[in-house]
Ligand binder design. Structure first.
Ligand code: NAP
Length: 268
């Protein structure tokens, strides 16, 4: 049977099989979506074996393989030179194995209605998710970007690499009055300290977007709601990036009108 999968180390926590399985079932597609534990040492053998399997449609790629996997795929969109990491490898109709990154578009979809050109934004974090966020924000020409990270030097280099104007600050710096605040760090995740940031400077129409989805209601989102600010939670991006991957893997559009049911499953 045709199949795709998600690979990572560890992989037990991945929600991708639930999401793709839900859509495959909803559309009645006879295919499977699995999760497969692949260690860094096993990555080359993994790709070699799967390339020889005609039933394999491709794989989502999670930590720690998002950069190393670039070495095993074609990269027509130059993801290596932009985001620098892939979250999907898929087999095309002519048999090529292509790498891409659906995180940036998945992040952007819920806020695509906002006119962000020239508007000030703040992003917390400078890891892989932050790279996808900054790539998307640079594409829509946002105004100055305040990038907060425990290591501001790393953040400054990241801003420069995306050609973004703004400044890199430490996590405890006061937040400027931005229209969009994005948490792309691990802070607020289960087992991590919360992101302690004072939202007092944000204007009433500001949007607070937390990429963390476990828990879904992070202390950051709770603080934003307490101030009546609009919020976007991490499941929106998780489902959005998966939807783009699903189309590339299985050639069908997922039934997004069933998102409420899917969200209920993911939070059960
Ligand atoms: P990553 O590459 O490991 O980056 C983690 C970032 O968080 C880094 O900037 C790191 O700071 C910072 N950080 C980690 N622990 C910290 C601490 N104790 N104090 C201060 N800063 C800390 O991870 P990632 O892939 O970017 O993921 C980041 C978050 O986004 C995770 O919660 C992940 O679940 C979430 N995410 C969500 C989606 C979605 O679809 N919703 C997609 C991707 C990621 P340094 O730069 O100083 O190391």
């Amino acid at each position: 049977m045709t199949y795709a999968e998600v690979i990572g180390d560890p992989i037990g926590h991945s929600k991708s099989p639930l999401i793709h399985g839900f859509w495959l079932n909803a559309l009645g597609i006879a295919a499977e979506y699995r999760k497969t534990h692949v260690t860094p040492d096993g990555l080359a053998d993994y790709f070699a074996a799967r390339r020889a399997d005609p039933d394999w449609r491709g794989c989502n790629i999670t930590i720690p393989h998002k950069e190393a996997s670039l070495g095993f795929v074609e990269d027509p969109g130059d993801v290596r030179g932009s985001i620098g990491a892939i979250n999907l490898a898929f087999v095309t109709a002519d048999g090529a194995l292509v790498g891409t990154n659906t995180d940036a578009a998945g992040f952007y979809a819920p806020i695509s209605g906002m006119d962000m050109a020239g508007r000030p934004v703040a992003v917390v974090g400078a890891g892989g998710a932050a790279r996808a966020v900054l790539f998307a924000l640079a594409r829509v020409g946002v105004g100055p970007v305040t990038l907060l990270n425990r290591n501001p030097l790393k953040a400054a280099a990241l801003l420069a690499s995306f050609g973004l104007k703004g400044e890199a600050l430490k996590l405890d710096a006061p937040l400027p009055p931005v229209d969009l605040l994005v948490n792309a760090s691990s802070l607020g995740m289960v087992g991590q300290p919360p992101l302690a940031i004072d939202l007092g400077s944000l204007p009433e129409e500001a949007v607070v977007y937390d990429l963390v989805y476990a828990p879904l209601e992070t202390p950051l989102l709770a603080a934003a709601r307490a101030r009546d600010l609009e919020t976007v939670d991490g499941l929106e991006m998780l489902i959005g990036q998966a939807a783009l991957a699903f189309e590339l893997l299985f050639g069908a559009e997922p039934p997004r009108d069933r998102d409420p049911e899917l969200r209920a499953l993911l939070t059960a």
